[in-house]
Design a binder for this molecule. Structure first.
Ligand code: HEC
Ligand code: HEC
Length: 405
């Protein structure tokens, strides 16, 4: 993490950034008076100023990139949480590469007819979920067969595998698949594949400068696109929900449960009831949800198996982090539930037996567990789940579109 220190300094000392801008301005002023200093001026300017082609299309400021590499994390994002991080060793998130990833994520040019960007289906206001059960692909008339996934805290699913059925081996491997998907973005083999996409991107004025910023030269490759998108996604760490601010006051590293079981002062009685059901173990007055949806990231535990949506289910599904789940309007891999109340009812009475079902959802005797929750307990669980919404995060400009309107 030592390489992040200068980035922290940059975040905490806007005065330094101001001084850097002044420096460029004064050099430019100097070259207005004669030609002798112009070489220095140009060199300094290209080192920090935003290239014209980038400035024309995007709101980015190369001299003041957003802080993706070293967000200030709460104390409870401790070593145990860091151990669940799927960031590849040797490829930490950097501001420059994540900035390129942000542009790619919001660029409709990644679809064959310029109709959809990643962000069309992964909408920031919804925690990067889609408002529709199935997403509309580039053609406008074909739909995905799975529901889109929220992206916050994706880096804390330790296996790093992506998609509901975990079929992508890593966040990187996932990143170049939507563009080649015949429904989503359309650069499938029939449309020239990634080669055609890269030729198209190479022809857009802003990408040579952005790839140079990120990687030192303007070359576009699958590995570079994957790394950039993955870094932008791994920067999406959500730590400002109402649950977070409440738990921050209870966090105590010397307790066995680190304070997770304590009532949160700022919660209503109903929210605290739901919190207790979610975090306490079965047998200790709870339902053990947190065993799979792990606090404080609410990403899925590495050892979680499926949750019994269908009888005989053999696929090992993953869940995205439950952060911002209250901003979604369709739930589970096929978006079959349209409310959190339906989700809770599934765990209460709907869990089905099958080879992929996690043993934690079995009751005594080995049959799927029936919870027998009261109406008040069900409502309390729903109330708790919505405390995981991070409204500041879904409005954070550094994850918003960088394109000028
Ligand atoms: C047409 C809608 C659509 C577009 C465009 C789209 N996605 Fe998705 N995304 C989905 C759907 C649907 C899923 C779930 C698919 C599945 O599991 O089979 C998904 C899953 C994901 C996941 C997996 C998350 C996890 O926790 O496993 C990531 C990451 C992701 N998309 C990133 C991207 C990126 C990056 C782009 C652009 C290059 C993109 N998506 C474009 C709809 C879309
Ligand atoms: C054995 C591990 C496990 C336990 C225990 C568990 N879940 Fe889940 N949960 C999952 C998995 C896996 C999925 C994704 C299933 C799918 O879509 O196929 C999921 C999905 C969800 C979703 C939907 C996420 C989305 O983005 O659509 C919510 C909400 C949820 N669980 C809440 C709970 C609550 C509340 C409890 C406790 C009553 C609980 N879970 C207990 C594993 C678990």
């Amino acid at each position: 993490m030592t390489q992040n220190v200068p980035l922290r300094q940059r975040q905490f000392h806007p005065a330094l950034r101001f001084a850097a801008i002044l420096g460029v301005v004064s050099l430019l002023c100097a070259c207005g008076g004669g030609s002798s200093t112009s070489a220095t001026a140009v060199a300094t300017t290209t080192a920090t100023a935003t290239p014209v082609a980038v400035a024309q299309a995007l709101t980015l400021d190369f001299a003041a990139l957003a802080n993706y590499a070293a967000p200030v994390l709460p104390a409870y994002y401790d070593a145990q949480v860091q151990a669940t991080d799927n960031t590849p060793s040797g490829d930490p998130v950097t501001d420059k590469i994540a900035t390129l990833g942000r542009v790619l994520f919001y660029d409709k040019n990644l679809s064959v007819n310029n109709a959809v960007a990643c962000a069309s289906c992964h909408q920031q206001a919804r925690g990067f979920d889609d408002s529709s059960r199935f997403s509309t692909g580039f053609s406008g008339s074909a739909f995905t067969s799975a529901h889109a996934m929220r992206l916050s805290n994706l880096r804390y699913f330790r296996p790093g595998t992506a998609f509901w059925d975990r079929r992508a081996a890593s966040v990187e491997a996932q990143a170049s698949q939507p563009v080649q998907n015949a429904i989503e973005m359309g650069f499938d083999a029939a449309h020239g594949g990634l080669k055609a996409l890269f030729a198209k991107l190479q022809g857009l004025a802003y990408y040579p400068d952005l790839f140079t910023l990120a990687f030192g030269d303007s070359g576009i490759s699958e590995v570079r696109v994957q790394r950039a998108l993955a870094q932008f996604e791994r920067a999406m760490v959500s730590t400002n929900s109402r649950w977070d601010s409440g738990y921050a006051g209870n966090f105590n590293p010397s307790l066995a449960d680190k304070g997770l079981g304590a009532p949160i002062a700022s919660f209503s009685a109903e929210e605290n009831r739901g919190r207790a059901l979610f975090v306490n173990a079965p047998g200790a007055g709870g339902l053990g949800c947190v065993g799979c949806h792990q606090a404080p990231t609410f990403a899925l535990a590495a050892n979680s198996r499926s949750n019994g949506l269908d009888a005989g289910e053999a696929t090992l599904f993953k869940s995205p982090s439950l952060k911002n789940v209250g901003l979604s309007s369709a739930f589970m891999h096929d978006g079959r539930f349209s409310s959190l109340a339906q989700v809770v009812e599934h765990y209460n009475s709907g869990v089905q037996a099958g080879p992929a079902l996690d043993a934690r959802l079995l009751g005594p005797g080995g049959a799927p567990r029936l919870l027998g929750l009261s109406a008040a307990d069900k409502a309390a669980l729903v109330a708790f789940l919505t405390t995981l919404n991070d409204t500041a995060w879904v409005a954070d400009a550094k994850f918003a579109s960088p394109f000028k309107p």
